[in-house]
Design a protein around this ligand. Structure first.
Ligand code: AVJ
Ligand code: FE
Length: 434
């Protein structure tokens, strides 16, 4: 009945909001107040900014826009508007302190739960299917990933722990998979909590192409380094070559060499670079250069989504590579269950019908494509989520990393960043024409 489905929707929204807050608490309670207010990198906000910004966006969309209330604290509104102050300047703002920020976010949440009980989840595009609540749960999870990046950049003793990935693993896979040419449905018009840039669904055609079965591993990437890949301008797009020369970049971010061995720093732990793991913390330029060196190329965003969603048996596009079911721990490395990608060849249950692995989870995958609107795009509910970022400045990343929660990850989900960025949990796979 309608009231059953309304209560299921409420439960789903409440569970998503609660899961996000548990993760936020884990990331912010793990460090001292001094660490929360410090800036660990000019690329990032202080963690205490993310914390209050999470509360502030929740207040803006659920209490002010949905419920029509007045601002709880008008004086803090400009501080937490991401467009008013670049990240590098945020530490100098009169931000709420750690205790105040926690109290503010908790107070907003209390009011939001009252609202969720009483608001009909229908009758407007913001409320239909609980969209606004789902959007806010995704927003908090996205900032949790951002805060995890800040943790990775932070110097000092490790404060986060998680079990190692230990699922089934098959290293003897074919290197690449052939995806047949022809039309498929890209994007979505039906996924209830999909964001504006994933919409609407539309048909696209591709030529047949080969795509890597798994993301490019550290071992493969090390061969590129050993072959002088960072010293050969032939492989590099001009701005990428400039970046690696200017900053003396010769390996992925967080790597260094000691006595001929490559080591990396991962959440405060120094360890040998593991051969079988997907490479992490590479820029779009590094991914593009590797692909050229390998005689291949990055997949387009369209090719990536076709590999992830097109079922050749039915001609239908599924929500995930494995079908329409929500992700479980057997499908993919998501949700910060682990603090690293799983070995390439893991998660056989998460394979696509054609056998492509680990499209979802582990590492964000750079594509060759600029971040552009789909035909028929309409900004919703605000231009600053996607629309202002469309253009040739940003490249699309797909599939989500180990740091992405399932609520903010699906076959249609689109992420984007500048091609120079390497602190993000980015890797890639390659493709080639037939
Ligand atoms: C979609 C990850 C690029 O973090 O800048 C968070 C998500 N938007 N708050 C970002 C977002 C507004 C966004 N990315
Ligand atoms: Fe935000």
């Amino acid at each position: 009945s309608a009231s059953d489905s309304a209560s299921r929707l409420r439960e789903r929204a409440a569970a998503a909001l609660t899961a996000a807050r548990i993760r936020t608490a884990g990331l912010t309670d793990a460090v001292t107040d001094e660490d929360l207010t410090a800036q660990h990198s000019p690329l990032m906000s202080p963690l205490v900014w993310d914390l209050a910004h999470i509360g502030n966006q929740e207040e803006l969309w659920l209490l002010r826009r949905v419920a029509g209330r007045e601002s709880m604290r008008p004086e803090i509104e400009p501080l937490y508007d991401a467009f008013q102050h670049p990240r590098a300047e945020r530490p100098k703002l009169p931000l709420l302190g750690p205790a105040e920020a926690r109290r503010y976010a908790a107070e907003v949440r209390g009011r939001v739960f009252d609202l969720l009980e009483r608001t009909p989840l229908e009758g407007s595009t913001l409320l239909d299917d609980g969209f606004a609540f789902g959007m806010i749960a995704q927003h908090e999870q996205q900032h949790d990933e951002t805060m995890l990046i800040t943790h990775q950049l932070r110097r000092g003793a490790p404060v986060l722990t998680a079990p190692e990935p230990d699922g089934p693993y098959d290293p003897s896979l074919a290197a690449e998979v052939l995806v047949p040419g022809g039309p498929f449905t890209m994007g979505t018009s039906t996924e209830p909590w999909s964001l504006d840039n994933e919409r609407p669904s539309h048909v696209r055609d591709t030529a047949p192409f080969w795509i890597d079965t798994v993301p490019v591993t550290n071992a493969a990437y090390l061969a590129f380094i050993a072959d002088g890949g960072y010293r050969d301008p032939r492989w590099w797009a001009a701005p990428g070559w400039e970046q690696i020369r200017e900053h003396s970049i010769e390996a992925p971010l967080f790597w260094h060499q000691e006595a001929g061995q490559w080591l990396r720093r991962r959440f405060g732990v120094i360890e040998p670079v593991p051969d079988e793991e997907p490479v992490l913390h590479v820029s779009w330029y590094e991914a593009d250069a590797y692909a050229r060196w390998a005689g291949r190329r990055l997949p387009t965003e369209t090719e990536w989504e076709k590999a992830a969603r097109h079922d050749p048996a039915t001609g239908r596009s599924t929500r995930y590579p494995w079908g329409d079911a929500d992700p479980t721990p057997a499908h993919a490395n998501l949700g910060q269950r682990h603090l690293r990608p799983a070995r390439a060849g893991s998660y056989p249950a998460g394979a696509s019908p054609l056998g492509v692995r680990q499209l979802i989870g582990d590492v964000w995958e750079w594509t060759s494509s600029d971040f552009l609107p789909y035909p028929g795009f309409r900004a919703f509910p605000y231009r600053e989520y996607s629309e202002v970022f469309f253009g040739s400045e940003h490249k699309v990343l797909r599939g989500g990393s180990f740091a992405v929660d399932p609520v903010a990850c699906r076959g249609t989900f689109r992420n984007w960043d500048l091609p120079v960025r390497r602190q993000i949990f980015s890797g890639f796979r390659t493709a080639r024409d037939v």
